[in-house]
Design a protein around this ligand. Sequence first.
Ligand SMILES: C[S@@+](CC[C@H](N)C(=O)[O-])C[C@H]1O[C@@H](n2cnc3c(N)ncnc32)[C@H](O)[C@@H]1O
Length: 258
Amino acid sequence: MSFGLGHGKPLDTAPGVVGVSAEELGPLPDNVLQDPTSAWVDIGSWFPVPHQPLEIEIGCGKGTFLLEHAQEHPETNLLGIEWAGEFWAYAADRVRRRRASGSHENVRLLNADATEFIRWRVADGSVRAIHLYFSDPWPKKRHHKKRVIQDAFLAQVWRVLETGGELRVVTDHPELWAWDESHFANWTGEAHESPARGAGGYPERPFELLAYDAATTAGEGELVGSNYERKWRREGRSFYSASLRKLALAASPSSDRS
Ligand SMILES: C[S@@+](CC[C@H](N)C(=O)[O-])C[C@H]1O[C@@H](n2cnc3c(N)ncnc32)[C@H](O)[C@@H]1O
């Protein structure tokens, strides 16, 4: 139980039902470095309908986008990952209360560092979409290494997405966006232009860069409809957005999104 964001009311994360429990996650095996696949978890088994497509939201905060997206897409399983315990508990409690009225069976909440979870626990080609909205900008240069978008992270995103799957990104922060775009360029350009992506295993262009299609959860004039988007819109900020679509090993890019 947690009380923080509940304003005195206890927050119940419903471990094993809404909040992902330590037992469901399991320990990292000792031989993970020799056999990385040994640490992969069957994320589908955390949901009542295991074989539905899986989407992940990194840093779901209080969960407004996650809850609305889950309700609009019952045919999709949604895993929200939030490393701040109070926000994770608040979002999980919101899901638990909606489950009591018969909805939101397709959403679970994990309290973890999403980049580490994706790196170690997620199987190849198992994710339909990764959502990253209003990621922390970490403006000081010595903190840039904490930003979610890094070349090593984009390598992992490419590994875990299905072919045609997307990383969907929106931010209000111009300097973070310049950073994101320069890293996206390493993964959307031709191989010889992109030494940062390292050697081997990728198609000539790992991702296709697409304009961001507004989410179905977005209200009038919005892109996503998350808590932070609504907060920053009230302040009149500008927004920056894109989707990276994973290309197959032999695929050529296309602008057809159908
Ligand atoms: C600025 S808030 C945005 C919340 C939400 N996406 C929105 O648009 O309203 C960023 C959130 O990402 C979380 N976060 C940042 N890095 C994370 C990571 N590596 N893994 C999980 N959560 C992370 C933070 O704790 C914070 O709640």
